[in-house]
Design a protein around this ligand. Sequence first.
Ligand code: F6P
Length: 357
Amino acid sequence: MKRIGLLTSGGDCQALNAAMRGVVKGLSENVDGLEVYGFLNGYKGLIYGNYRLLTSTDFSGILTKGGTILGSSRQPFKQMRVPDENGLDKVEAMKQTYYKLNLNCLVILGGNGTQKTANLLREEGLNIIHLPKTIDNDIYGTDVTFGFQSAINIATDAIDCIHTTAASHNRVFIVEVMGHKVGWLTLYAGIAGGADIILLPEIPYDVDKVVKAINKRTRAGKGFTILAVAEGAISKEDAALSKKEYKEKVAKREYPSVSYEIADRIMKEAGVEVRVTVPGHTQRGGSPCPYDRVLCTRLGAAAAKAIMDEDYGHMIAMVNGKTKRVPLGEVAGKLKMVEPGSQMIKEAKRTGISFGD
Ligand code: F6P
């Protein structure tokens, strides 16, 4: 008999349901007697005891379904130790819910912030398994996170569509890709979509270099240029500011996002027409791509095995094509960023892509 809890926290992504299905199928096929409690809207459900006993019907037909059947919410890690507006100790409340339901284990699906709280609950003595979700692919200790490939497909489609119209109108186009802290999604979609300039948070740009790259294309007879710009792309001047100064500057920014500021500077300095496209949350929407469905089925089945082995306190990662139990204490709080000197960046540069540095 196993009694497990499931929750999805943080920004959603495409393969959350596929991953939960993998865990539940992996257990129900191999364990006698299974009770699955789904906590609604992320950690909120665990804090306030808002849950539902799930049955096998809940997990039928959800392999291809985007979003999360449990709902999600952002509950910042920094606020977890801060009592709520009614003075409730959230960590204590989560433990009480867990103990009240007599759970063997809590399976938590989420990104970096979610993982930090998962680790906190582990330190508090709960049996935790974490599954690495995020379109940002920035979780340390796993080669890939689920949602990433599906989001690459969508962001690449956006760039592909821009290509045809950019060519017709001889314009410069910016496609803004999600990712405030890391640029994996922009890097992959940018290369896959044939972007000419890719700007990432990890490689501060110099707008003069960006303009130079556009002018070089114009001189070569190319009528248009496409930039893939991460939400968190940062100029060299801004990267030199302290964190506090930069935050203040962003708060006062008169542009809706960094891409509009870059567009304005390009228009002024290169005298060319620039348009901005922001696919935004479409990048997290729709069905998971086949790669993510397979990834989640494998991660889910590996999580089920860890639960059967009663081996808790791990993130179930994918490393060199194999699922792996990675101790949460070793990875929580670490970010996997794009290395500016990596082989991939060097290869992209060799093909003529400018990173504005
Ligand atoms: O972490 C996933 C992510 O989609 C980021 O890429 C993006 O910057 C952020 O979430 C958007 O957050 P929200 O959905 O809260 O606006």
